[in-house]
Design a protein around this ligand. Sequence first.
Ligand SMILES: NC(=O)c1ccc[n+]([C@@H]2O[C@H](COP(=O)([O-])OP(=O)(O)OC[C@H]3O[C@@H](n4cnc5c(N)ncnc54)[C@H](OP(=O)(O)O)[C@@H]3O)[C@@H](O)[C@H]2O)c1
Length: 359
Amino acid sequence: MEKQKFPKRKRIPVAVLGATGAVGQRFVSLLDNHPWFQVVALTGSDRAVGQKYADACHWILANPMPEWARDLTVVPTTPMKIDAPLVFSALPASAAREAEPLYAQSGIAVCSNASAFRREPDVPLLLPEVNPEHTQIVLKQKQTRDWLGYIITNPNCTITGLTITLKPLLESFGLKRVFIVSMQAVSGAGYPGVSSVDILGNVVPYIYENEEGNMEWEPRKMLGTLQNESLELANFDISAHANRVPVPEGHLVCLSVELQQPGTLSEVAEAMRNFLAPAISRDLPSAPKAVIHLRAEPDRPQPRLDIMAGNGMTTSVGRLRPDPIFDYKMVILSHNTIRGAAGGSLYNAELLVEQGFIP
Ligand SMILES: NC(=O)c1ccc[n+]([C@@H]2O[C@H](COP(=O)([O-])OP(=O)(O)OC[C@H]3O[C@@H](n4cnc5c(N)ncnc54)[C@H](OP(=O)(O)O)[C@@H]3O)[C@@H](O)[C@H]2O)c1
């Protein structure tokens, strides 16, 4: 992130909910010296509350825990303990379903990674490169729920890179049918996540009960259109297979796509290569320089080699080729705990600041 190019401004106090987990740690790391946000509280489960963050957290990232975080005392996940207009939620869905509305009720903006509210029609499922205008529906959310604050969510980490890739294809050619097979990293299951006995030397053809259903639905919400403060789902079909593979970070998705309008291979490549985020999202602190990096090598992208493209925020696409059943097929790689979680959530919050939704 090129943080130095942003003008100095008073940083907005923020908290991280569920700060000891895989995504919570990413937040703590990415918020270190963030130009717009300053962490004032880290929350945890009952197990962690009252402990210093350094003692409560089993740090799993390669870069060291920031010094300022080490001595912060972990506080309970309740809005009474938080003096900040914005919180980042890295809670499991069950805890998020209870806690997040309490924050929203008390006037706090919640940028959530949990699946708990993604299907609610008045909750934006947000990718700044794809649908920044969907934030408008928080006005309806606040009004109908009588909340002073609001909840926005980022999508399932597996379909983040997919939805970013589908956006230029939808805009240029329209979409008819999408077939996807995921190979999802173990960190997608959090910490400690999948048992090593289950995953080492193995592939598990199952994630969670609703994973494939979510993968088939969430892109249609994000690629849908805003009509009178309501979202109309994009009209195309998706069939998804989800698999867990023994890779630490980075979800790979094999995509076959049938377009509405014909396009040559080079036109399809150009559409993805030239794709820019909408102007309002383009220069935010977490915006990647390249939204999509279209690779030409026959054996890329690979999680080990390409996962940190654009500081983990760029979607890598490769192996674009004709498909004998659909029109084209390709492979998509996206960083699950950065672009698909904490980095994506920070990018969403920066968009909210830019749009005036956070004072
Ligand atoms: N991992 C990914 O790639 C990824 C990507 C996108 C979205 N997400 C979503 O992000 C959220 C966090 O995922 P994760 O992978 O970071 O999971 P995780 O490693 O299991 O972390 C969950 C965090 O929530 C805390 N917690 C658990 N129950 C709680 C409760 N009742 N009250 C307060 N805190 C509680 C945990 O504390 P303890 O340390 O004490 O257990 C931990 O800090 C989930 O909703 C997940 O679906 C994950």
